[in-house]
Design a protein around this ligand. Structure first.
Ligand SMILES: [Zn+2]
Length: 341
């Protein structure tokens, strides 16, 4: 088989010459198939967007009201110049999709960002058989191994109760799109009142309008009392930090919910008291499992620990190739501290 590959990296992003469309282009193009609405995957200005139906409202809110978005239900295919394209759940955030493209029996799957763990706020990741798989590698290092999310939520709840016993508010920093909603859906609201920064609540509204059953969350500056402060859990965007958006009513503890909190020294670097390694990406084992489940012989690795994962996949017998793009930033070096015996 020596015909031209179905996809290649071009100036504007991952391009399918045969189908004349891009996947997650970083510049405006004629036809953009979008895996999900995070800013590093969806940019404004394309003439036509194709995305999964559950994420339509979110993408629309980010691409602008004049954006032309064709929403495709999961599993339904569309013909793009003879290439059969369909979208399948990636489990990352609401509406996140893997892109399956088939031409003359050759099948490619582009994963976008994905996670394997269950998430009450989006459809579960589904492995798709293919010949060539383009996988992300955000956490493709053995140090990244998530606990079952029940364990992580129990840790958050214990920490929250502990803070309450010291009359302290509990801040959890979380990305506004995806992570914050997953947290909100999983928190035990019987422990105390839950508040969300206004940027997070704006996304919550879109989730609710998209049919996700999210509990209510008040915006902190809307009449929070000192008594509520001491019992509250406040979801805050990392960029806003704790100072903004509400009155400062007393003592507090802060924390960060992210896979990066597995790194030694992460709480110090993020200037928080506590880290909760809750991630919207697959961990190292889950990435390996997801690659195996596709049955792919050829794997392109992008976004993350590219070189390390390519080396590992090669050692496992895959034809693994680095796919570097201008969006790929070198992730933090993983330094495992020596064990004190
Ligand atoms: Zn993402």
């Amino acid at each position: 088989m020596s015909r031209e590959p179905l996809f290649k990296i071009s100036e504007a992003g991952l391009f399918c010459p045969r189908g004349a469309f891009y996947v997650d282009p970083w510049a405006p193009v004629a036809t953009a198939v979008i895996t999900h609405a995070h800013a590093d995957h969806a940019v404004k200005g394309s003439r036509r967007y194709i995305a999964a139906e559950p994420g339509r409202l979110i993408l629309w809110s980010r691409m602008g009201q004049h954006a032309k978005i064709e929403a495709l239900p999961f599993g339904q295919s569309i013909d793009l110049n003879g290439v059969k394209v369909s979208l399948h759940p990636a489990g990352h955030i609401l509406g996140s999709a893997q892109v399956r493209a088939e031409y003359k029996g050759e099948i490619w799957v582009i994963s976008g960002d994905y996670k394997v763990a269950a998430d009450a706020t989006c459809a579960a990741f589904k492995p798709i058989r293919c010949h060539t798989f383009v996988t992300e590698s955000t956490f493709a290092q053995p140090i990244f191994q998530w606990e079952p999310q029940e364990v992580t939520f129990a840790q958050i709840h214990d920490w929250w109760r502990d803070n309450q016993s010291q009359n302290k508010a509990s801040f959890v920093f979380a990305y506004a799109l995806g992570k914050a909603q997953r947290l909100l859906a999983g928190l035990d609201q019987s422990i105390g009142p839950v508040f969300a920064h206004r940027d997070i609540e704006a996304v919550n509204v879109l989730y609710r309008q998209s049919g996700v059953d999210l509990p209510p969350a008040r915006i902190p500056n809307q009449g929070m009392t000192p008594a509520e402060w001491e019992r509250s859990l406040i979801l805050q965007t990392p960029s806003a930090r704790w100072q903004q958006g509400f009155p400062h009513l007393g003592h507090f503890c802060n924390s960060f919910a992210s896979g990066w909190m597995m790194l030694p020294d992460a709480t110090h670097e993020r200037r928080v008291h506590q880290g909760f390694p809750l991630s919207d990406h697959a961990d190292h084992r889950e990435l390996l499992g997801a690659v195996a489940a596709t049955g792919a012989e050829r794997v392109f690795v992008t976004h993350g620990y590219i070189d390390e994962f390519v080396t590992e996949l090669k050692s496992l017998g895959y034809e693994a190739i680095a796919m570097r793009t201008p969006r790929c930033r070198r992730p933090p070096k993983v330094i495992i501290p020596p064990i004190n015996v």
